[in-house]
Design a protein around this ligand. Structure first.
Ligand SMILES: [Zn+2]
Length: 203
């Protein structure tokens, strides 16, 4: 597949995205899931391109930055919160998987498919906040090693990663650390303080 070496934000040829656009992105807001950029403005445009358009060339640069947010040598394995099989077929790829594979290569850690998304859980986009907080269903595919780095492209409420992490723990993981390319500021999260998510992930 040919990936045009053109910045998806300003159309300048070269790096994807170019240095000027890359450094202008807002960093991810503080939250329970470490992430690289804020899912707002140009950061959202970049991630939406990855999700819905031909923006796969941005994977390398995102993975470079994401791998620097991780304690080196910590993880036994890198995995991802998979999209549904139907969406992967429609889109031709799973963007969380591409990010996980690229991050794993940079960390020198194996990348394994450990989870399957249950077919009736549907995509997160377009669901109400209450629906999203319940989280999609996952099933474990195989035994998980003790320390798992769990990748997703965009984290909003964190429910997807919470569901995925709990299944990984049932499959044998002692500690699951989440990592996303982008996260969205979610005011309701800090207002309600419904779950101590950090400790939930750390368990
Ligand atoms: Zn640019």
């Amino acid at each position: 597949m040919f990936l045009a070496r053109v910045c998806p934000l300003c159309n300048r040829p070269g790096l994807v995205p170019c240095d000027a656009c890359w450094t202008s992105l807002d960093p991810a807001p503080p939250g329970p899931v470490p992430a690289l950029v804020a899912f707002s403005g140009e950061g959202a445009r970049l991630l939406k391109g990855l999700k819905y358009g031909n923006g796969r060339a941005v994977i390398a640069r995102l993975a470079d930055g994401m791998s620097l947010l991780v304690e080196p040598c910590w993880a036994d394995v890198v995995t991802w919160a998979p999209t549904s099989a139907v969406r992967k077929r429609t889109r031709g790829y799973d963007q969380a998987e591409l990010l996980a594979r690229a991050v794993a290569r940079r960390l020198g850690v194996p990348c394994r498919s450990l989870l399957r998304r249950l077919p009736d859980s549907g995509p997160q986009t377009g669901r109400t906040r209450a629906e999203r907080l319940n989280g999609p269903g996952f099933a474990g595919k195989r035994q998980a090693p003790p320390r798992v780095l769990l990748i997703d492209d965009v984290v909003t409420t964190g429910s997807t990663l919470r569901s995925a992490a709990s299944v990984l723990r049932m499959m044998g993981a002692r500690e699951v650390r989440p990592l996303a390319a982008a996260s969205t500021p979610d005011a309701a999260w800090s207002r309600t303080r419904r779950v101590p998510v950090t400790s939930d992930f750390a368990r």
